[in-house]
Design a protein around this ligand. Structure first.
Ligand code: SF4
Ligand code: SF4
Length: 101
């Protein structure tokens, strides 16, 4: 069997509907990234991405700044818990109701 070079040493898949469908509808709290505290956003360089690494739904992008696909984010809060600079805040979904009317 041949070998294949991966840029990042991690197993990672793409978000998509599984048995639970579009799991973003399960969310009661939404993760919001503060780019003033987020390391790659501040440095404008690839760094940290712990949120990307830990997200069980693989909905965080490894981009500057990271973004979150709310179609599938279940709002588990792991990203906020693991972020070393506390750049991610979990905000009650009710706060965004006006945005989606
Ligand atoms: S874990 Fe926090 S500081 Fe690191 S990339 Fe994610 S939001 Fe930014
Ligand atoms: S709240 Fe959970 S599912 Fe949503 S981005 Fe953070 S770690 Fe991923």
């Amino acid at each position: 069997m041949g070998t294949r070079a991966y840029k990042h040493k991690t197993s990672h898949s793409e978000p998509g509907p599984g048995d639970g469908g579009r799991t973003g509808s399960w969310r009661v709290e939404r993760p919001v990234i503060n780019t003033e505290l987020c390391i790659p956003a501040k440095r404008k360089a690839e760094a940290c991405f712990i949120c990307w690494l830990y997200c069980p739904d693989v909905v965080v992008t490894r981009t500057i700044p990271p973004t979150i696909d709310l179609t599938y984010c279940k709002g588990c809060g792991i990203c906020a818990e693991e972020c070393p600079t506390k750049a991610i805040t979990m905000v009650d979904e009710a706060e965004f109701q006006d945005d989606e009317d």
